[in-house]
Design a protein around this ligand. Structure first.
Ligand code: FAD
Length: 339
């Protein structure tokens, strides 16, 4: 949907898994939603960062690929006819006549009785290594995420970093790539212990080459095509790795953008909420999913689902003042828009 002024019950910032499920939970309570996202696709981190990875801790799914999960969430939300405004970050939030008015960089404006912030880690982008001229290679032979594992079949891949993404992708790409080299500053990896052990065992069997202790120092190539990744050890001694592509995995930069200016109680870039309702310090604004914090918070998709349900129940009286909300199971009432 493009620029225009809209009115709805609830406006949701973030179309990640948690924002999508919030559409369903609001819908079950007769509340219509518009959803705004900076990315040009729904699915948040699942779609943008690890679409082909299986997730194992979604209740009822022993294993589900990340992209399949968000597709199912969008399908579950669809009967409630959410309106998506994708590809544009939120820029402002004001209050007038008892309603919130949210605006986006694309000129969309949505008036709503309540706001749910499901903005995950904020509008996210990769932490780029400071290599001269790297921009010329980005999207051609330097990638900050793996969209399709098959794209790396038969390639010589250099992975840089020591966290979960670097280790998991090294293990996964070792099955398809001609060669995988992992550049890391220290011998120890900050990944899940079983993944780190698997990486080390692959390195011992020759499936992966560990380039340690080294860090990225430069790129050589032409017309966007990397030919060599230059790495330097702690004494500055360099080595050139013949490669077809570089995958730097140095985490995400997190940018709350305009959300940080709305007077919400922030704790280290997260929004502090009241755990039973997900209410923020500003009445009418709720926060759920990765962005919300409270004592004991677990940053898991399943926690976000539960928070979506709690926020929807807390929002109900704002949208339907004076109407009693009788708690009902979905098995009792079905999906209202379908019945
Ligand atoms: C590699 C990896 C593996 C993972 N594996 C698991 C797992 O196995 N199990 C599990 O439970 N969790 C896992 N996670 C974590 C899981 O992906 C997150 O908990 C989940 O995505 C949080 O969902 P969310 O909807 O709160 O936020 P997100 O998925 O981050 O979505 C937030 C959305 O908000 C948008 N947004 C942010 N700021 C703005 C703004 N200012 N304006 C407009 N839009 C904005 C973003 O563009 C984004 O689309 C994994 C994460 C990674 C990176």
């Amino acid at each position: 949907m493009t620029s225009a002024a809209h009115t709805t019950d609830v406006v949701i910032i973030g179309a990640g898994p948690v924002g999508l499920f919030a559409v369903f939970e609001c819908g079950m309570l007769k509340m219509r939603c518009h959803v705004v996202d900076a990315l040009d696709t729904t699915g948040g981190q699942c779609a943008a960062l690890y679409p082909e990875k299986p997730i194992y801790d979604i209740p009822g799914y022993p294993r589900i690929e990340s992209l399949a999960l968000v597709e199912k969430l969008a399908e579950q939300a669809a009967p409630f006819e959410p309106v998506y405004h994708l590809g544009s970050p939120v820029t402002g939030l004001s209050r007038a006549d008892g309603a919130f008015r949210l605006s986006t960089a694309a000129g969309v404006s949505v008036a709503a009785k309540a706001v749910i912030i499901a903005a995950g880690v904020g509008a996210f982008g990769p932490n780029r290594p400071p290599l001269p001229g790297i921009e010329a290679y980005e999207g051609k032979s330097v990638f900050y995420l793996v969209k399709r594992r098959e794209d790396f079949r038969g390639k010589r891949v250099v992975i840089a970093g020591g966290g979960d993404s670097a280790v998991d992708w090294a293990i996964s790409l070792a099955e398809v790539a001609e060669r995988v080299m992992v550049v890391h500053r220290r011998p120890k990896f900050r990944a899940a212990p079983e993944s780190a052990t698997r990486l080390e065992s692959l390195a011992r069997s020759g499936g992966i080459e560990l380039v340690i202790p080294y860090q990225l120092s430069g790129l050589e190539g032409e017309e966007g095509q990397v030919r060599r990744v230059v790495v330097a050890d702690l004494d500055g001694k360099t080595r050139a790795l013949e490669a077809d592509c570089l995958l730097p995995f140095f985490g995400l930069s997190m940018n709350l953008g305009a959300i940080a200016e709305w007077g919400l109680n922030l704790e280290r870039n997260h929004i502090a909420v009241e755990p039973a309702t997900c209410a923020t310090s500003v009445p009418g604004i709720f926060a759920i999913g990765d962005i919300a914090t409270y004592p004991g918070k677990l940053k898991l998709i399943l926690s976000g689902f539960s928070e979506a349900a709690m926020a929807a129940h807390a929002i109900y009286p704002l949208v339907h003042p004076g109407e009693a909300l009788h708690f009902e199971y979905s098995t009792t009432k079905g999906v209202p828009a379908r019945s």
